[in-house]
Write a protein that binds this ligand. Structure first.
Ligand code: UVW
Length: 318
């Protein structure tokens, strides 16, 4: 029988940023987004066009989620129906109102992962004990990321267009070299401390095909692990990787068989924040039309105490 793939073995030569920002750090590579980086990012605003990158939540068409999770459910608890039935509260002056609540997975929409979301070998980001995740993340939760906010220069890397496809194939992979080639073809560069926004067409596919087709052979396309790729992210001081896939990387590493190795190599070890399930098609169409692939990116997930992640509606300003 083949040996079980081992993430510890796979990442034995991987760099780590643990301790780089002190023993209590909980935002990792977002520390690279210093005030001067933010000021420089603003210089990429040319036309004032604004794009929002969250997918719709509680969408009657369905919400794209990782298998085993469910989409958001929104329920009205007050509306005109209550007044028609004589059950609405009376407000002096005659105001009526509508009210609702929603249940959802914190990882079940466009979202930031907390740095403590995924780990191996009993330690999460910065070396915190994995027992700090029990009952809620007491270290490296989404809250410090939400309190800091994420602002910097974003660069769209439209891998689907680069490969001449509406959507990358099931299990299709690409590397940092492919991202560089894509940037070159787009006429832009990737600079140190850029927020990388990678489009595969995968989330758009969710709304176009049957659920059986989307989830039938669920191996998402995406970046694939290599020591060279991890070293590149490290050297480039990439603070944040945003993609239109549910897990930001090819689901199963085709060489080692390890599931989601980049969650560990990038997030656990380097402190790179991951942003998943982004809606990139409108932004990508505009970038293809005007040739401007770099812009200001701003996002702040919800301030969920002890959360493993939180929904976000990132904003791009071109
Ligand atoms: C898992 O939790 C499996 O992945 P994600 O980071 O995509 O939510």
């Amino acid at each position: 029988m083949a040996a079980e793939p081992d993430v510890k073995e796979l990442l034995k030569n991987s760099p780590r940023n643990w301790g780089k920002w002190g023993p209590n750090d909980e935002v990792g590579s977002l520390n690279y987004l210093t005030p001067d980086v933010v000021v420089k990012a603003a210089a990429n605003i040319k036309s004032g066009k604004v794009f929002t990158l969250q997918v719709k939540m509680a969408n009657p068409e369905g919400d794209p989620v990782w298998p085993g999770r469910s989409g958001a459910t929104r329920i009205n608890v007050m509306d005109e129906g209550h007044y028609v039935a004589g059950k609405g509260p009376h407000f002096a002056g005659g105001a009526h109102y509508a009210d609702d609540y929603m249940t959802f997975f914190l990882q079940g929409s466009t979202q930031y992962d907390a740095l403590g979301h995924v780990w191996y070998d009993d330690q999460i980001w910065n070396g915190y004990d994995s027992k700090t995740t029990i009952g809620g993340l007491s270290k490296a939760s989404i809250l410090p990321i939400a309190e800091k906010g994420v602002v910097g220069r974003g660069v769209l890397l439209d891998m689907a267009r680069f490969r001449g496809k509406e959507c990358l194939d099931v299990a299709e992979t690409f590397t940092h070299e492919d991202l560089l080639a894509c940037a070159k073809k787009q006429g832009c560069d990737i600079q140190k401390r850029d927020i990388l926004i990678v489009r595969t067409g995968w989330i758009a596919k969710f709304y176009k095909v049957t659920r059986e087709e989307f989830y039938g052979n669920f191996v998402e396309p995406g970046l694939t692990h290599s020591d060279a790729l991890v070293n590149w992210f490290h050297d480039m001081e990439i603070p944040n990787l945003v993609t239109d896939t549910i897990a930001n990387e090819v689901t199963v590493d085709p060489v080692s068989g390890v599931v989601l190795p980049l969650h560990n190599a990038l997030m656990r070890n380097l402190g790179v924040t991951l942003t998943e399930i982004a809606w990139l098609d409108d932004l990508a169409a505009d970038c293809a039309a005007d040739g401007q692939y770099t812009f200001m990116y701003a996002a702040a997930p919800l301030k969920v105490v002890n959360g493993t992640g939180a929904p976000v509606n990132p904003i791009v300003i071109k």
